[in-house]
Design a protein around this ligand. Sequence first.
Ligand SMILES: C[S@@+](CC[C@H](N)C(=O)[O-])C[C@H]1O[C@@H](n2cnc3c(N)ncnc32)[C@H](O)[C@@H]1O
Length: 237
Amino acid sequence: MKLYSALADWWPLLSPPSHYVGEAADLLADLCAATDAPRTLLELGCGGGSLAFHLKRHFALTLTDIAEPMLSVSRAVNSECEHVCGDMRTLALGRRFDLVLIHDAIMYATDEHALRATLATAYRHCRPGGAVFVLPDCVRETFAPGTSTGGEDGPDGRGLRYLEWSWDPDPNDDTFEVAYALLLREADGAVRVELDRHRCGLFARATWLRLFEHAGFAASSRIDRWGRDVFVAKRFA
Ligand SMILES: C[S@@+](CC[C@H](N)C(=O)[O-])C[C@H]1O[C@@H](n2cnc3c(N)ncnc32)[C@H](O)[C@@H]1O
């Protein structure tokens, strides 16, 4: 995915920390209430660290991602946080945390095997009594094909605008497609177009809850004010 490799340094113009203020505030209350005095938080698939930017005042963050270029973006805005390169399906830090968070990176678990492996990673890094939060963009029941647009101008004169287009070519499998058309304007005014295409996982809520239980968690889901599922999974022993 070009967005997370060759185009990673455009991330702050696509999805900067300022876009996550409401979501972080909504999540923070739940994170704080999930366990006694939570202090440490591991994020799997932190991307550019835009959500993490709003959480770092409240927790000691360990931020992980499979893409080193995205970790570089996160380091630029979250320099005080620990960053580790690793795959959410296999990461093994040998440490446990009060909280484990998987935000939209979970969309890249595109089959049950990947989802199981990622939830197993969350389990082995969550201390007994701790909690895991998983926030997919959608589940099977809430998926809707559609488009969105956005983008920002940077202080360095660069600018980005995008069209994001989601559709589900086969409603009988566990994935959908997302295409991005990106207009990138350099500081000297040169504009180019980039195309990127992603495949994302799409699982029914009941599948999610079954896989959490299989991983050893007691899980539930609430719908947030944007209509998205927030899965909260407690590890008891
Ligand atoms: C949409 S971005 C996350 C943005 C992030 N929520 C933020 O606040 O900036 C998705 C991220 O998932 C990461 N990712 C995809 N597959 C992964 C995997 N198997 N393990 C870890 N990270 C993964 C990508 O590298 C990318 O950085």
